[in-house]
Structures are given as C-alpha cells and as structure tokens.
Design a protein around this ligand. Structure first.
Ligand code: G3P
Ligand code: CA
Length: 243
C-alpha cells in the first residue's frame, strides 16, 4: 500500500513546504502529495488554498502575487521551525528533491475554484526532470485531467472525488472514472467501502483515500484493501501497517 505524506509531513511541519517534504523523506516515506497553483508571473507554486491567509502571514490570492512576493511570506503555523525551508516553494524546487530521492509524487492541480492555464507548464517540468514514471497527476477538476491526458497520455492521472455530487449522473464513482479513463480514483474516505474498492479493482482502477489521520480510519482502510492513503501522519500509518 502506498502511504502519501499529505502536503508533506504536514501533521508536524508547515504543510506544502520544503521542510515538510524533507521531513517526510527523512522518515523514509516514499510517496508525497502536494498542491499546485500559479503565481501572477506564471510560476507554478506549491500551496493548498487559493488564498495565502490560512497558512502564511499575509492576505490575498496566490494568483495576485509574483513568486518573489509569495516567497517573502512567513508561515503561520509551527513558528518554532520557521526558516528558509518554510516558504512557499516553486514546483520545480520540489521536483528536484523528488528526483534526487526517487520519490513517487502526486501533484494535485488546484484548478477547481480558480482557472489556471497550468497543464503544459506542469508537464514541461515533469518531462524536464524525467519524472513521467514517478508522478500521478490529480484534480477535482475533471476537465483539467482531460486537458492533461490530451497533452501527455503516458502519465498516470487520478480523478479526485469529494462527495457524491462529484459523480452526479453516474450510478457510482467507478462508472464515472471509467468514463474519464483515469488510473485511479482518489476518494474522500467517506466515499469508501469494501464494495466500491472491489468494484474499482475489477475495473483496474486504483483507490487512493484522503485524508487518513485517525488510527481507526487507518485500520478500516487497510481492511478495505485500498491501494494507498494520504496522511498528515504517514509514519503513524506505516506503524499501523507494520512495514
Ligand atoms: O489529493 C488528496 C487530497 O489532498 C485532496 O484534498 O483538500 O487536501 O487537497 P485536499
Ligand atoms: Ca491536495
């Protein structure tokens, strides 16, 4: 089972920063998840929200700042570890770390609330670092997945689903994902049960589940035989899996 360090080792370090990614790697975790947006000057930047305020000491939208401006913001949480590794990283910085450490990376394209024209730029970077076999690109925006697929069909893609509204019109999430032609369904844990996991596997779809932080939920996902989980505490998941 894959254990993705969700936004890095984000339970103990500032999420989506080089520090949280390095700490996950130091723990021996082999898969990492991160979120991508675009800055005003068209740099791919790694941050979860459209707005910087929850995680950094500033206000406003990521898309309205240049990267030089974005990297000057100090992180809001875990102030005790606040250093140069705790700024908003560029995707390229992270890809270089991923390459050096042979990590599997899930890049979530955050294009569902704000439209960014980022697909070609993300693929160019992946191709530059020869990471085609090491990445899974996902999005809640399934149109964005189709754009990626048309640009590069050799990479693996995951369709993210949060609620049943995300696959409205289909009898279940598996039928919807088959129609999209993706490698995996990346599900909110509330959508997961043994029936849907078995159904997905019969259709050759992998099932990755977010965000699995609670030990009871961790055990239940293991019982359902999901293919991977996203956790802010990847080391705890590894302990429970006994690997
Ligand atoms: O990709 C899994 C998970 O990260 C999706 O939800 O809100 O944490 O980006 P969110
Ligand atoms: Ca994410």
């Amino acid at each position: 089972m894959k254990i993705f360090a969700h936004r890095g080792a984000s339970g103990d370090y500032p999420e989506n920063t080089m520090l949280s990614f390095k700490k996950a790697i130091d723990l021996g975790i082999k898969s990492i998840e991160l979120d991508v947006h675009k800055s005003k000057d068209n740099n791919l930047v790694v941050i979860h929200d459209e707005d910087i305020e929850r995680t950094f000491k500033g206000r406003g939208l990521v898309k309205d700042y240049t990267y030089d401006e974005l990297k000057s913001f100090k992180c809001r949480k875990f102030e005790f570890v606040n250093n140069d590794l705790c700024k908003i990283p560029e995707l390229e910085e992270v890809l270089s770390l991923i390459k050096q450490n042979n990590i599997y990376l899930n890049i979530e394209a955050k294009t569902d609330l704000i439209h960014y024209d980022l697909e070609r730029d993300v693929l160019d970077l992946i191709e530059k670092y020869n990471l085609e076999d090491n990445v899974l690109i996902s999005s809640f925006n399934h149109k964005c997945i189709n754009i990626f697929k048309n640009l590069n069909s050799n990479i693996k893609y995951g369709a993210l689903y949060h609620t049943k509204d995300d696959f409205k019109g289909f009898i279940n999430v598996v039928e919807h994902a088959k129609n999209l032609g993706v490698y995996s369904i990346n599900l909110n844990h509330q959508l997961v049960d043994k029936y849907i996991v078995d159904l997905a596997h019969k259709s050759n779809l992998k099932v990755f589940v977010y965000t699995v932080n609670d030990p009871i939920l961790m055990r239940s996902m293991i019982e359902c035989k999901v293919d991977g989980v996203f956790s802010d505490y990847p080391d705890l998941m590894r302990e429970i899996l006994n690997i």
